[in-house]
Design a protein around this ligand. Sequence first.
Ligand code: IMP
Length: 200
Amino acid sequence: MSIPQIQTLVCATNNKHKIEEMSAILGSSFSFLSLKDIGCNEDLPETQDTLEGNALQKARFVFEHFRVPCFADDTGLEVEALRGEPGVYSARYAGPSRNADANMNLLLEKLSGVSNRNARFRTVIALIDQYGEHLFEGVVEGIILYEKRGTGGFGYDPIFQPLGYSQSFGEMPLSDKNLISHRARAVEKLCVYLRQIDRS
Ligand code: IMP
């Protein structure tokens, strides 16, 4: 019986939660190292004006400095009536302090009196491996509620309700959110790719 190959990849983050979430989806055939694990203690550059640009910029930085296969992700909340705002600026929408409450308040204010509440979370993962650069996208469609609901999750979760559900992400158990989330969908696509090259 052949021994399955373990593939080690650097996930360009120090966010333990992200690494755990990805490991849970990808299973035991792949192992991940964080930036800290490879001795990278710098803040990665994130100066592009698209999610794709930022994800690639972070992955390229790690690849160029450490020469290891790696991937990076970037996520934004895209609101239809605001022509995709806050998008790539989601983390700092209300200012550099990255305050989730202030970000939600600003968004609710901008949507006050607006009946089109359509929005989506979009995650882009950029992977650099021996074959080159690859992008994987995950999207979850939904609406922006009129007020915050629930205390779970993070970021914009209390004001985002995914299509087909009656709870906001902030009211949903994390296990339910992880089944349908933008990040999970992008990671699933990464996973399909990794399994495919693992077999070839
Ligand atoms: P990041 O690229 O994963 O750091 O995400 C950028 C910003 O998007 C975060 O700071 C949050 O404001 C928002 N965000 C990303 N993912 C989620 C999510 O799953 N729920 C709510 N907000 C999120």
